[in-house]
Ligand binder design. Structure first.
Ligand code: ADP
Ligand code: SF4
Length: 700
């Protein structure tokens, strides 16, 4: 199919200093969870984006010097010549597809803890970042930078930029965003210096200017020099010479910048989840920079619609369509627009599971795209699957939730004859209810995209309103059965040993499944959440919005405590408080009788009573296992019917997030009858370097 001329502007080349991007699709720097210990995974992951049509593909954050050590978070390094080889793998891979490669050189300043090398970290005036969440806390404050430290960092940037050039990068960054060292120089909270680097904005901008200068010197006109910067804060600060300090800053830096990459000042606004923030939320800051510079500007907005993208160009908001999450959810997004296949775009749902993988310290995972991060390790391509052996046996998939849908789709693409049976009239499994919860409507894309794709496969037949039992399955005589029958929430409470225990029954005790099924809840309602992900808080919000008096109880210190992993913890607390929901943290439910709930403080054991006429327990889930057991008990009948395998997939086997179910469905379908995706067991990546150790007399 041909490209829609409406989107032609997206495919125009853009000059960026001495290099030219072949189109306007720009995969911005984002944490991938892949360190220099995984150079092949990293190269393949980024090559896939280049193959999918992104005109520029960037690294994540790359430390320029051991004085910026983010361990144990997964960051990359460009500290020596051996690191060059590791990054060169990526630039070669990206160049194979005609794309440009960008590298985000980074120094974390007072935001890093240097946990590995144990040198005190540095910031302009010895100020440290003091977040309240344990995973970011450190208990050694940075030291104030001496003039020679400033010179040393500039030299480190110069050396790293030279190495970047020899590794084959086309765009080299100065990173003045989000609390990192150059940003710290710009803000008076961090920078109380009285020398030439502190005081007036011109002085505070000096370090960023000098970083840009040394980078230009190092790349010697062979690479573009990009500036990634956060300007929300400075836009809010008055200036004597301009409407704001940001107005003053942009012209001060524009002559040294080949490209402006505009981002927000904090994780929660920069990479905001769809639950609380709409697409395009960065527009005011991006458009602001664009209005003050004639250099190209890239910005993000979780854009997935080509109309929204073309609109951004037409309205002069930006020059390059930046994407981190949309390029993860669909590395082939540009190619699909180019080929007139917009409806094939697998749109990001804004759930931030990808971010959680970085917090976890592992390679990126995605709810929508099960192949991300597995391009090299498992040889999984997002658009190609191995064909089924022979003529394609018949596979019955039971359950049309995220696992079953992904499973049926991938089996269908491989050429199997697929029957997908769903008990309910509507497909979607857990998504049927969950996408009706406040803020979660965009998650319906998990269902919509798969439903759309399935409709085009003549070898997949979908049966709705068909609850299958063991006899039905045997009667259908498929070669293989995938049981993607999901899980149910239990009425188990939470024991002092922090495990689910002690089932609580009674007409006023409910689970999210009961609420989904329309249970009548009497006021006041208490939601007791020890699942800790979104369900507890989203359900509490949902119930409050429907006019009920709601309290929320959790043994964790925050509502939806795992939300710190998806950058949504602050918004969740705000949303619950704004909805008038009473929060009782560090508490567990002990008993419930006569309209009263007894809570116990998890540390002191102090008891509190809460009025309650309906308790909703959002705790442990258990996979639906009945069908599996019924089939296991009929082994002979299975053999007689020619059924060669029965496998539980997704929540039915191990209840998890939607991302887990999609991955499990995909993996089952990829590996059926060819094992390990057809290419053997997962590969183990290794650093490019050989271990070099000076002679050690103690170990001689
Ligand atoms: P997952 O996240 O693993 O996909 P879900 O709970 O979202 O799990 O989806 C499971 C789906 O399986 C639900 O839509 C449910 O109605 C369906 N299902 C469960 N048991 C049967 C059955 N015996 N026959 C057909 N569909 C079933
Ligand atoms: Fe988008 Fe969620 Fe995938 Fe991240 S994990 S790219 S937010 S769909």
């Amino acid at each position: 199919m041909a490209r829609n001329p409406r989107y032609d502007a997206l495919f125009e080349p853009v000059r960026i200093g001495p290099v030219t991007a072949p189109n306007r699709f720009y995969a911005v720097p984002h944490a991938s969870g892949m360190t220099n210990a995984m150079p092949r995974m990293r190269a393949a992951f980024r090559e896939t984006k280049a193959e999918g049509g992104w005109g520029v593909v960037c690294t994540g954050y790359v430390s320029i010097d051991p004085s910026s050590d983010d361990a144990p978070l997964p960051y990359a390094t460009l500290w020596d010549e051996e690191d060059v080889r590791s990054h060169a793998l990526m630039t070669e891979a990206v160049h194979r597809h005609g794309a440009l490669a960008g590298i985000e050189l980074w120094h974390g300043g007072g935001c890093v803890m240097n946990r590995l090398n144990r040198d005190p970290s540095m910031s302009p005036s010895g100020t440290g970042w003091m977040p309240t969440h344990v995973s970011y806390m450190g208990n050694q404050r940075p030291r104030a930078m001496e003039p020679e430290d400033i010179r040393a960092v500039l030299e480190a940037q110069r050396r790293a930029a030279r190495r970047a050039r020899s590794a084959g990068f086309d765009i080299v960054y100065v990173y003045a965003g989000m609390g990192y060292l150059p940003y710290e120089f710009l803000l008076p909270e961090w920078n109380q210096r009285t020398d030439a680097y502190g005081g007036s904005l011109r002085n505070r901008a000096r370090f960023v200017r000098e970083l840009l200068e040394v980078t230009h010197q190092a790349v010697a006109g062979r690479c573009a020099v990009a500036l990634r910067i956060s300007l929300e804060e400075l836009r809010a600060r008055p200036s004597e010479h301009a409407p704001s300090e940001a107005h003053e800053l942009v012209p001060l830096l524009s002559d040294l910048t080949d490209l402006w990459d505009v981002k927000m000042d904090s994780e929660t606004t920069d990479c905001a989840p769809s639950r609380f923030t709409a697409e395009g939320s960065h527009e005011p800051v991006i458009a602001f920079v664009k209005s003050l510079t004639d250099k190209p500007v890239v910005g993000v907005g979780r854009f997935t619609s080509p109309d929204a993208m073309a609109g951004q160009i037409r309205r002069g908001v930006l020059d390059l369509i930046g994407a981190a999450r949309p390029s993860i959810a669909d590395p082939f997004l540009p190619r699909k627009i180019d080929e007139g296949r917009e409806e094939d775009i697998r749109e990001c749902i804004g759930c931030n599971i990808c971010i959680s993988s970085w917090h976890d310290g592992v390679p990126v995972r995605c709810t929508q795209n099960p192949t991300i991060g597995e391009e090299w390790r498992r040889r999984w391509h997002p658009e190609r699957v191995p064909p089924a052996p022979g003529r394609g046996a018949t596979v019955l998939v039971v359950g049309g939730g995220p696992a079953g849908l992904e499973c049926a789709l991938t089996l269908g693409r491989r050429g199997y004859e697929v029957m997908l049976a769903e008990a309910e009239e509507e497909l979607g499994g857990r998504l049927r209810f969950e996408t009706r919860l406040p803020g979660l409507a965009a998650w319906a894309r998990v269902l919509e995209w798969r439903r759309g794709q399935l409709q085009r496969l003549p070898n997949v037949t979908v049966y709705r309103g068909n609850r299958l039992g063991a006899d039905d399955i045997i009667g259908l005589q498929p070669a293989h059965v995938a049981l993607a029958t999901g899980a149910r929430w239990t009425r188990l409470l939470y024991s002092p040993l922090e495990v689910p225990a002690g089932r609580l029954d009674g007409p006023q005790v409910h689970t999210p499944d009961d609420v989904a099924a329309g249970a009548r809840l009497e006021d006041p309602v208490v939601v007791f959440d020890f699942d800790n992900y979104y369900m507890g808080s989203a359900l509490a919000e949902h119930l409050a919005k429907s006019g009920r008096r709601v309290s929320y109880v959790t043994p964790a210190p925050y509502a939806s405590a795992w939300g710190v992993m998806t950058n949504e913890l602050p918004q969740i607390q705000r949303a619950l408080l704004a909805a008038g929901i009473g929060l009782h943290t560090l508490s567990r439910v002990e008993s419930f009788a006569d309209g009263e709930l007894t809570l116990v403080h998890v540390f002191t054991g102090a008891r509190v009573r809460l009025p309650c006429r309906a308790l909703v327990i959002v705790g442990a889930r258990l996979g639906h296992d009945d069908l599996h057991q019924a089939l296991a008990a009929r082994r002979e009948a299975l053999v007689a019917a020619g059924i060669r395998s029965v496998t539980r997939v997704g929540d039915a086997l191990a209840p998890g997030a939607i991302a887990h179910a999609v991955y499990a469905g995909h993996r089952y379908a990829r590996e059926l009858e060819c094992g390990d995706g057809g290419g053997g067991p997962p590969l183990r990546d290794a650093p490019m370097r050989s271990l070099s150790r000076p002679e050690d007399p103690h170990h001689a």
